[in-house]
Design a protein around this ligand. Structure first.
Ligand SMILES: Cc1cc2nc3c(=O)[nH]c(=O)nc-3n(C[C@H](O)[C@H](O)[C@H](O)COP(=O)(O)OP(=O)(O)OC[C@H]3O[C@@H](n4cnc5c(N)ncnc54)[C@H](O)[C@@H]3O)c2cc1C
Length: 515
């Protein structure tokens, strides 16, 4: 019998596995895919092009000490700073765009040039206000969401503005905060588009909090691992092996072994039965519920209460002969996210089109050109470009999905062409990931890259459901981690470490020899 069988090799599961193995436990990670890392992985999509399958830019994990704590540098991980981290080109070719750098003053200077001094001063003030709150939130994210823990940290969070005003600030739509703060629509649109990356549209209640990660990027720039996003998972896998843990790709967990109401192990598609003192699932919570259903232990009503949503967006991965050439853009503008939204009406229209099932001709587009920072990702003279578009509705129909892929590719490339004339001519190969494609390749149910919605009814002690929110599954011996659990999606690893602490505590209680 081993100590912990881990289902899935998403980065949270790998972080948890590393912590458990470091504590001296015998760990085996089982991954259904031939690639390790789930949505933090990089593959050769086109000849000579290393392309991310999911995430590209790492923000949250850089505000933890995970990389240093696990000494991932020794295991091959090297981050490149994506600074400037954002560029919002103007719709008018004779006007400069807004350049967002980690240096707040430099960003304010760019905003002053494009939007005027009043908005530059307002941006400085807003970020000064958001940053301490963002740091308090990070402290909440890196611990299990217990009621007492949240209450203790909430006291810190509400210290400067009081509980009612802080609550009002968090519950307001991002759009309302932006309207109350700035005059310039292009600035509001760029910030609203950044806030939308968690999924909900910026006119929705409680989206103002999604601007916190903008503030964090003024503390430390987001990073790209050299060699692609997947190098984080590769380094975690190497660290796990050095701690004595095992990882088996191509080994899907098909069943939970349940005896006497306790989870005692897993069975895999290769026919193996692995007995374990604990099972930690890093898969989407609906996959875990499927396994529980197979064992006859799915909690009644749980599935229908979990808000998975209907997809967030679609990714278009391109091999090109040039990076987009935005008129008037400085060369460093291509290092970070290129925010191709100048007016929030575009965001509302794109969202409305998705929820009414009418594919839009004008999707909101966020462009990244990883080769601008890391030339090792493509052959000499070629570029790798990703266009992320929102919103895109999940549709399980195969024929409509094929049409959707073509539509998404055409309209996304069209958005870049409109700002960087001549871009479409440089495209040599196209690979589209619709919500259905993301579900099939990465196990992201209904294409939600955050597993379940990032909204107040599914956060903290409510994620994915109140009774499953503390990393413990519905049966003894079964534990949960990953984006389905607190603090949610994105490249972070906090859920993995929080879950590992819970598993360790419980195992030590059952068997003090492991203490
Ligand atoms: C296109 C795209 C772009 C993104 N961009 C960014 C970005 O730039 N920045 C950012 O911070 N975040 C981004 N994200 C979100 C982020 O990548 C995810 O939220 C995060 O990686 C989820 O990690 P996780 O630990 O929950 O595991 P997941 O990545 O969801 O992995 C779960 C793993 O479990 C495996 N599994 C499932 N069932 C079983 C089973 N029965 N047996 C064995 N294995 C199983 C799956 O195959 C998978 O490998 C993006 C995601 C996508 C898809």
């Amino acid at each position: 019998m081993i100590d912990v069988a881990v289902i899935g090799s998403g980065h949270n599961a790998l972080v948890a596995a590393c912590h458990l193995a470091r504590a001296g436990l015998e760990i085996e990670v089982l991954e259904r895919d031939h690639v390790i890392g789930g949505a933090v992985s990089t593959v050769e999509r086109f000849p000579g092009h290393r392309v991310d399958r999911g995430s590209s830019l790492h923000v949250m994990v850089r505000h933890t000490d995970l990389v240093e704590d696990l000494e991932l540098g020794e295991c091959g991980l090297r981050y490149l700073d994506a600074d400037p981290w954002g560029y919002a080109p103007s719709e008018r070719p004779d006007m400069p765009g807004i350049l967002f750098r980690t240096d707040l003053e430099a960003t304010a200077t760019s905003i002053a040039t494009v939007c005027g001094r009043a908005d530059a001063a307002a941006y400085r003030a807003l970020m000064g206000d958001l940053l301490p709150a963002a740091q308090q939130l990070m402290a909440m994210f890196t611990h299990a969401p217990t009621v007492t823990g949240i209450a203790r940290r909430a006291r810190e969070l509400t210290r400067s503005h009081g509980i009612l005003e802080t609550t009002r600030r968090f519950l307001q739509p991002a759009d309302h905060l932006l309207d109350a703060t700035f005059d310039s629509e292009p600035l509001k649109a760029a910030l609203a588009w950044l806030a939308s990356q968690s999924g909900p549209p910026p006119h929705a209640p409680a989206t103002a909090g999604h601007l916190m990660w903008v503030a964090l990027m003024h503390l430390r720039p987001p990073g790209r691992p050299v060699g692609g996003s997947g190098m984080l998972s590769a380094a975690l896998a190497e660290r796990l092996r050095r701690f004595g843990g095992r990882i088996n790709p191509d080994e899907e967990v098909t069943d939970l072994v349940v005896e006497g109401g306790r989870t005692c192990g897993v069975r895999t598609a290769t026919g193996r039965e692995i007995r374990a003192r604990a099972v930690l699932s890093g898969a989407h919570v609906l996959n875990t519920l499927d396994l529980l259903a197979g064992a006859g232990h799915e909690p009644r009503g749980a599935r229908s209460r979990i808000r998975v949503g209907d997809g967030i967006g679609a990714a278009v991965r391109l091999a090109t002969t040039a990076a987009p050439a935005y008129p008037d853009a400085p060369p460093e503008a291509l290092i970070g996210m290129q925010l191709l939204v100048c007016d929030r009406r575009r965001l509302r229209a794109a969202y409305a089109a998705a929820i009414t099932d009418e594919p839009t001709e004008h999707p909101a587009a966020l462009v990244m050109t990883p080769t601008s920072l890391d030339s090792s990702l493509a052959p000499p003279g070629e570029h790798s470009v990703t266009i992320w578009t929102q919103w895109c509705r999940y549709d399980p129909d195969e024929v409509r999905n094929r049409r959707l892929r073509e539509h998404v590719a055409r309209t996304a490339i069209g958005q870049v062409e409109a700002r960087a004339p001549g871009f479409a001519e440089t495209v040599r190969a196209v690979f589209v990931q619709t919500p259905l494609d993301l579900e099939r390749e990465l196990g992201l149910r209904r294409g939600n890259v955050m597993h379940v919605e990032m909204a107040p009814d599914v956060m903290f002690g409510l994620r994915p459901l109140p009774e499953l929110s503390r990393y413990r599954g519905p049966l003894p011996g079964l534990y949960l981690t990953g984006a389905s659990t607190h603090p949610g999606g994105g490249v972070f690893g906090a859920s993995g470490r929080n879950a590992a602490r819970t598993v360790l505590r419980d195992l030590r209680r059952r068997d003090p020899r492991h203490g």
